[in-house]
Design a protein around this ligand. Structure first.
Ligand SMILES: O=c1ccn([C@@H]2O[C@H](COP(=O)(O)OP(=O)(O)O[C@H]3OC[C@H](O)[C@H](O)[C@H]3O)[C@@H](O)[C@H]2O)c(=O)[nH]1
Ligand code: MN
Length: 361
């Protein structure tokens, strides 16, 4: 009788943590079981720490609630948001793995046009393990993908590409629209599956959504602070945007790449647009000042580690955005606290160990 088929070891099985921010039971994991079960989960329980979060049997996980965050970080816990999905960044900080995948608990396995289930984690890993092309756009999209390559006229001097720091996935069904767009298009669903992975060009910012996101934690982890949102803050649903803008400025400075496109997940729940509008509205006008700030941000060549870049960026935020609103002074301080907390929890060999273009010291 043929031996039972030996399951291949999942890619990066012991080098990647899956971080999930949650306020609800994690039944959604049942659908992801075939793809996630062999990976370690870091669950960041938001809201009431006395509530018990049910995790389906068979998953290997660690769970942190607000009491744990306060116990582990002490006063530095002030930089971790409460009552907002931004709390997920605590999971990035406590992880000891090289890679992170973060997903929301209302995101499910999507199907590609052939009706096959999409292993989003596997695609993110492929994105992270293959180079990016931030310096010159390849019109046939990802040149490192099976069945594609660099097109005529693409400089050979650039074909080695850059290390990939971030892989930004997309969403079928409920798209990540802001509240005003949700309000005017309440029934709009994203049915368009685009079979492409693009590198976001150097010098270009983009709106990073945290619901289906993977990154190389050893490269860019210290920059992935999801900014102060939720309880006691004047703004919400800009945590991932803030992280994305800071991250992209630093990746451009360090010579690393950021990809967006595949994989898709199925986003099932539209959050309340009126609640979202209350959270977002200041951000909708502040960002008209924030984007030019990040577009103009220059990091000195002396900043050779992500921590140094991040501290420098926090200084510029305080100097230049403090006049937009005092919130940005608080946020700049929280950015510094985040780095202090990150370095406090992570071993010295991880501290500022990454030099530009990803080579270790
Ligand atoms: O106070 C909270 C509320 C929610 N969560 C967890 O965060 C994840 C996202 O929550 P939800 O799906 O309800 O909100 P969305 O509006 O769809 O999320 C998008 O916008 C906000 C963020 O940028 C998020 O990344 C986007 O996906 C989910 O896992 C909740 O359990 C929380 O931790 N605390
Ligand atoms: Mn959602």
């Amino acid at each position: 009788m043929a031996g039972s088929a030996i399951k291949p070891t999942p890619l990066l099985k012991d080098e990647l943590d899956i971080v999930i921010p949650t306020i609800r039971n994690l039944d959604f994991l049942e659908m992801w079981r075939p793809f996630f079960e062999q990976y370690h989960l870091i669950i960041v329980q938001d809201g009431d720490p006395s509530k018990t979060i049910k995790v389906p049997d068979g998953f290997d996980y660690e769970l942190y609630n607000r009491n744990d965050i306060n116990r582990i970080l002490g006063p530095k816990a002030s930089c971790i948001s409460f009552k907002d999905s931004a709390c997920r960044c605590f999971g990035y900080m406590v992880s000891k793995k090289k890679y992170i995948y973060t997903i929301d608990d209302d995101c499910f396995v999507a199907k590609n046009p052939s009706g096959e289930q999409i292993n989003a984690l596997e695609q993110h890993i492929k994105n992270l393990l293959s180079p990016s092309t931030p310096y010159f756009f390849n019109t046939l999209y990802d040149p490192y993908r099976e069945g594609a390559d660099f097109v005529r006229g693409y400089p050979f001097s650039l074909r080695e590409g850059a290390a990939t720091a971030v892989s930004h996935g997309l969403w079928l069904n409920i798209p990540d629209y802001d509240a005003p767009t949700q309000l005017v298009k309440p029934l709009e669903r994203n049915k368009r599956y685009v079979d492409a992975v693009l590198t976001v060009p150097k010098g270009t910012l983009f709106p990073m959504c945290g619901m289906n996101l993977a990154f190389n934690r050893e490269l860019i982890g210290p920059a992935m602070y999801f900014g102060l949102m939720g309880d006691g803050q004047p703004i919400g649903r800009y945590d991932d945007m803030w992280a994305g803008w800071c991250m992209k400025v630093i990746c451009d400075h360090m010579g690393w790449g950021v990809k967006t496109g595949l994989p898709y997940i199925w986003h099932s729940k539209a959050s309340n647009p009126f609640v979202n509008l209350k959270k977002e509205y200041r951000g909708i006008y502040w960002q008209e000042d924030l984007i030019p700030f990040f577009q103009a941000a220059v990091l000195p060549k002396e900043c050779v580690t992500v921590q140094q870049c991040y501290i420098e960026l926090a200084k510029q935020v305080k100097e230049k955005l403090g006049k937009v609103d005092p919130y940005f002074i608080k946020l700049a301080d929280a950015m510094v606290t985040w780095i202090e907390a990150w370095d406090g929890l992570n071993s010295s060999e991880e501290k500022s160990s990454k030099q530009p273009n990803g080579t270790a010291k």
